[in-house]
Design a protein around this ligand. Structure first.
Ligand SMILES: Cc1cc2nc3c(=O)[nH]c(=O)nc-3n(C[C@H](O)[C@H](O)[C@H](O)COP(=O)(O)O)c2cc1C
Length: 223
């Protein structure tokens, strides 16, 4: 095996040092350029058929919504400069307006090409993925894709030296209701998938050693 390059080292160190931040430094903000990079990485995340079944609600610490989220989210931390709530689409049926918009306007499919893609997408949802007839499965499929964006954002934070917390510790019904009530999310179209907080750890934050299974216990190689 060739020796590790500086890039190999940089990536491995960034991921070894990433941890789920439990306490943020109230004095330290995230630089605008770093926030932009983290959001750009989310925007560029891959999705099934490239149909981007998501939206990102970027909530600044100073927003009144932050406290309202904290009241409904036991896993969220105070003082993080930003909380990004990732919303997943409920309707990804081939004829859905968002799907048609993505295919026609974003991916610039021709009408014939679009009809073909929609037929293929319908068959995939029904015969392969098995989500076509169950709205909950359809939503969960969108959520799974939102978690890819979450992971990419966690990775971008790690590489930038920004601390982060993935957050599933939410009362989902309460947070969905809050965002709907505030007009920030149409509950017919979206539901909360997951959230991520970003900022810098409190200087007194203890860092526990990482607990992970050994490589031999999680990787099997087939040659
Ligand atoms: C999808 C997901 C949801 C999580 N939700 C929370 C959360 O609500 N609050 C929290 O403090 N940590 C949360 N975590 C952090 C995990 O507990 C943490 O990643 C795990 O214990 C491994 O520790 P490390 O990330 O510090 O290496 C979550 C992690 C993931 C991947």
């Amino acid at each position: 095996m060739a020796p590790k390059t500086p890039l190999n080292e940089t990536i491995e160190t960034a991921f070894a040092e990433r941890f789920a931040c439990k306490r943020y430094d109230p004095e330290r903000d995230v630089d605008e350029k770093d926030l932009r990079t983290i959001l750009e990485v989310a925007r560029l995340s891959p999705s099934s058929f490239g149909l981007e079944p998501w939206k990102f609600l970027v909530v600044k610490k100073s927003a009144a919504l932050t406290d309202e989220l904290l009241e409904r989210a036991w896993g969220m931390k105070r003082n993080a400069p930003y909380t990004v709530v990732i919303l997943a689409r409920k309707h990804m049926e081939p004829e859905n307006a968002h799907v048609e918009h993505m295919m026609a306007d974003v991916q610039r499919a021709t009408p014939e090409n679009m009809a073909q893609r929609q037929a293929m997408f319908a068959s995939f949802q029904k015969n392969d993925l098995g989500v076509a007839d169950d709205p909950r499965l359809m939503f969960e499929w969108s959520c799974r894709q939102c978690y890819i964006a979450l992971a990419d954002m966690l990775a971008a934070c790690a590489l930038l030296g920004v601390d982060s917390t993935p957050v599933e510790g939410l009362n989902y019904d309460a947070v969905n209701a809050l965002l709907a009530e505030k007009g920030l999310m149409d509950p017919k179209e979206f539901g909360v998938a997951v959230a991520i907080q970003i900022g810098y750890r409190d200087p007194s934050h203890a860092i526990n050693p990482k607990t992970r299974q050994e490589a031999a216990d999680v990787f099997s190689f087939v040659e």
